[in-house]
Write a protein that binds this ligand. Structure first.
Ligand code: SF4
Length: 578
């Protein structure tokens, strides 16, 4: 039904479109189509910063049509891992792509000078970005582009900050201020292409084959989203509610995973944020939930009670990575650290992981003031962490250059690999729940907790006594079905609503007839295609080392044994064929 792909060459500024129904018919959209485009467009073995590395965006057949189908998949070769780079973002981008009439966008080449892309319906222009290239604030870049570009109301603005310009390997791409393509370094790939920003808007209308059937299905899904308890938690305290819960269960990584509970969790908990700092909640376009929690931070800039106010979005992962993981004891300090990363355009989960590793290195005298350029690192020292974040972006010496490449690279150079908390070269999410979380992040195609939700399988295992094999079966089920979900591209927070049957029925409303078994087979095929790319680029599960720290700190399910992880990995490989 929708299969229009926009191809842009930054070198020449030329563009063209192609109908790729060959891909959309077979792989639905989103992650399924983006994977095929990546296999087509990314030459084997290239450097992630090569002009030939494509940046791909894809939406799906339900985008903007049903509630919470609000995300865009991006794909590229990752400078963090050297293999599959995939990240998802909300905001207004999915809507803007649909209204502009592009189901995927493929960007290749390197612009001759700092540039940004301005895409409004059929008009695609490469514009000069010299004046905004070195701006120190992502927020200000957005403000300027909002002033000079048309399309207000049906527009989305992506941009990078200083971290992307300087090619910090975990630089993010900011989407519409409060959303991001966060993980795996797409911001650095933008920087390598001299691409500062993309503005996109459109005016197309969406037509559907059977309006009465569509309205009925829409009402059903809308009812499940807003009238049931499935998504309540996301709106109320938001994911930040997990801080107190995981702390109680001993599943909250703290101080570089030296602990799995934090003695000061209460003052950075979701409850503390909601009671003291929360200002408002907002939503991605086409989402009736509104899980994006915005806090207000007052900063005194002059004596005499003169304040400036910042609006900062927060969630569980951010509070874990810049809070518990660094021993920060006040919510306001967590916000200061989040704000600094946001202004630079840094992935916060990776930044927190790198800072935590460096703090432990300093504690053990494995790095010293000449490395840190005089900064002493102590758990909970917000002011020094702020300075360190600035230096990661500026990279004034070899040590900061190593930090800008991520925990795995920095540890290979400076030591401390036993406590360099990464899996598959990516800093972990905030769950030390048990073996399924560890195995899930190793085998996940993007080494994300969102690939298969291993943490929630551990949580089920704590009440249902799951065997190793049962946990592996659940991981595989999630891996395949989330491929389908991410091809449509529904927000994963709504996965309780978009179950198997609802996906089949919703697709039928837009004229796509697939059975439940056909969808599962598509999910598996996409999963294997991703592994084809990963292996082509050198990924080998047998070479993933799990830092000893994972087996030394008690998890929600007790101490995790290395044998358990090894057995589960073997089972996983046997059952999936990877
Ligand atoms: S639940 Fe949250 S992240 Fe998901 S679409 Fe809605 S506002 Fe966006």
């Amino acid at each position: 039904m929708w299969s229009n792909v926009l191809y842009i060459d930054l070198e020449t500024g030329e563009h063209h479109t192609r109908d790729r129904s060959d891909l959309f018919d077979k792989y639905l959209g989103g992650t399924g189509v983006a994977t095929q485009l990546l296999l087509e467009e990314c030459p084997a073995g290239i450097d992630a910063f090569s002009p030939e590395n494509p940046v791909i965006f894809s939406i799906g057949p339900l985008t903007t049509i049903f509630p919470c189908v609000s995300k865009v998949v991006s794909m590229f070769k990752s400078p963090m891992t050297g293999e599959m780079g995939e990240s998802h973002a909300g905001g207004r981008l999915a809507m803007a792509m649909r209204f502009a009439g592009y189901d995927s966008i493929v960007i290749k080449g390197r612009a001759a000078k700092p540039s940004y892309l301005s895409i409004h319906d059929d008009e695609v222009k490469l514009k000069d970005a010299t004046s905004i290239w070195n701006l120190s604030s992502v927020e200000v870049t957005g403000k300027i582009l909002r002033e000079v570009e048309p399309g207000k109301g049906r527009r989305s603005i992506m941009r990078i900050g200083k971290a992307g310009v300087n090619q910090v390997r975990y630089a993010n791409v900011n989407v519409d201020t409060y959303r991001h393509f966060g993980r795996l370094g797409m911001g650095a790939v933008f920087g390598s292409k001299n691409l500062k920003a993309i503005v996109i808007s459109g005016t197309e209308e969406v037509e559907l084959p059977d309006m009465p059937a569509y309205k009925k299905m829409y009402s059903k899904l809308y009812g499940e989203v807003v009238d049931t308890e499935v998504m309540d938690k996301y709106h109320d305290l938001g994911t930040a509610a997990n801080i107190n819960v995981l702390n109680r269960l001993k599943g909250l990584p703290t101080k570089n995973l030296k602990q799995s509970h934090f003695e000061n969790a209460e003052s950075i908990s979701g409850e503390y944020f909601a009671d003291n700092l929360l200002l408002r909640k907002i939503a991605c376009s086409n989402c009736p939930i509104g899980c994006i929690h915005i806090a207000m931070l007052k900063t005194q800039f002059q004596k005499g009670h003169e304040f400036e106010v910042s609006h900062i979005s927060y969630d569980y992962e951010l509070i874990y990575s810049l809070g518990t993981n660094l021993g920060i004891t006040m919510g306001e300090d967590v916000l200061r650290l989040i704000d600094r990363c946001e202004q630079h355009g840094l992935d916060i989960m990776s930044t927190g992981g790198v800072l935590a590793w460096a703090t432990e290195m300093y504690e053990r005298d494995l790095i010293t003031p000449p490395d840190t350029l005089g900064l002493s690192l102590r758990w909970g020292d917000t002011d020094n962490y702020l300075k360190m974040i600035d230096r990661i972006v500026e990279m004034p010496n070899k040590f900061y250059q190593a930090m800008a490449k991520g925990t795995a690279v920095a540890a290979a150079e400076y030591g401390g690999e036993d406590f360099a908390i990464n899996l598959g070269r990516l800093e972990i999410a905030g769950y030390h729940t048990g073996p399924a979380s560890i195995v899930g992040q190793i085998v996940g195609v993007r080494h994300s907790h969102l690939d298969n939700g291993g943490y929630s399988i551990d949580q089920k295992a704590s009440s249902q006594q799951l065997s190793e094999e049962q946990m592996v079966d659940k991981l595989i089920y999630e891996d395949y079905w989330r491929m389908v979900n991410n091809s449509l591209v529904c927000c994963l927070f709504a996965r309780g609503v978009y179950g198997e049957q609802n996906m089949v029925d919703a697709l039928e409303c837009v004229g796509i007839k697939k059975t439940r078994d056909e969808l599962e087979a598509i999910g598996r095929e996409i999963f294997l295609a991703k592994y084809k790319f990963k292996e082509r680029e050198g990924f080998d599960i047998d070479k993933v080392s799990v830092p000893a720290r994972f087996f030394e700190t008690v998890s929600q399910l007790g101490m995790v044994k290395k044998d358990t992880v090894d057995n589960m990995l073997k089972l996983y490989r046997k059952k999936t064929g990877i």
